[in-house]
Design a protein around this ligand. Sequence first.
Ligand SMILES: Cc1ncc(COP(=O)(O)O)c(C=O)c1O
Length: 395
Amino acid sequence: MRRPDIFKKCIDYTRADEVKQMGLYPYFKPLSGQVGPVMMIENHRVIMLGSNNYLGLTNNPEVMARSAEAIKRYGTGCTGSRFLNGTLDLHIELEEKLAGFLQRERVLTFSTGYQTNLGAISALCQKDDLILVDRSVHASIIDGTRLSYARVVKYHHNDMEHLEHLLEREQDPAIIITDGVFSMEGDLADLPTIAKLARKHGARLMVDDAHGVGVMGAHGRGTPEYFDCERDVDLHVGTFSKSFACIGGFAAGSDKVIDFMQHEARSEIFSASLPPAAVATVMAALEILQRQPELMVQMHKAAERARGGLRSMGFNVGNSEAPIVPIIIGDTLTTFRVWQALDQGGVFTNPVVSPAVPPDRAMLRTSYMATHTDEMIDSALEVFEKVGRRFGLIP
Ligand SMILES: Cc1ncc(COP(=O)(O)O)c(C=O)c1O
């Protein structure tokens, strides 16, 4: 008998083509020009509401100059892992500065936020350990749990009774893992209660603050600062691909835990280190954040203007509290149609459909940055209103 072809699934795959044939395919669109609050997409101008560039630093002249200087000084890449030939004095400097900023004993950087979660979770959680994870966490956390040999139990989204029930039921060494700001809907984890439960039941707590650091808390130290529970968070991880305007990730915690991770996290050891330009970008962004916390105020103001406007028009914006504001639509094809109408009206949003969200909760994810002006937000709101009426999303 002939062996079945492992590529059959690819040959039979038609889902994307079907959407393309309808003229509704919204992904992999080439944007051009500098990454900022207004961009060009396929020769038309759009207000960018699909970026995680929260502090608007991707095209900040000081940040760009520091990045270019680092290339001149160090070259373009390290061509090796941190473990071997890929550690520059610049990596160490950034880790020390981040540890100071986040008020942690030590920080370890990774080459992406995704790899941070893979490496941290798979190193720390081993056979006979238990991971309790919020059902709505980012895919990189789920993938990290799959790479680990630990047992994984999901608790209902932000459901503290369910979490407590699981903690009472299960007695293995445990870690609770949650996003600080949930990446799709911009709602916040109930960190004070999670921290209390972790303490009461002797579990460790890891918070992925990809959308929290540089965004939440008076100094931008993220959701633990915002909720005043920093000491209760054992491991604070995040990314440089959002408020830090670049790429990369970090894990911040105690000396012992970070030392262990540095020697055991496979995504750190078996992958090349952050290139010098990226490290310098993050360092410059961190300095600007510390010097100009008003950028966070501007970002929240832009988000609040948009959220308030959308809500008062009657859109379903969920429980968003951060500069991520979802427009929950429900049906996937309608979401693509609304995306297209907004794009044609000059507003770029991110369509989010299953499996990133439950199949009946397709949405447009919008997000805001310090460099969005009131005029930009108001123009976008006008387009939302017209399109929302046309599709019957609002009265
Ligand atoms: C909560 C969360 N964690 C991790 C990541 C992965 O980060 P990166 O894109 O920097 O790899 C993301 C990215 O969207 C995220 O939203």
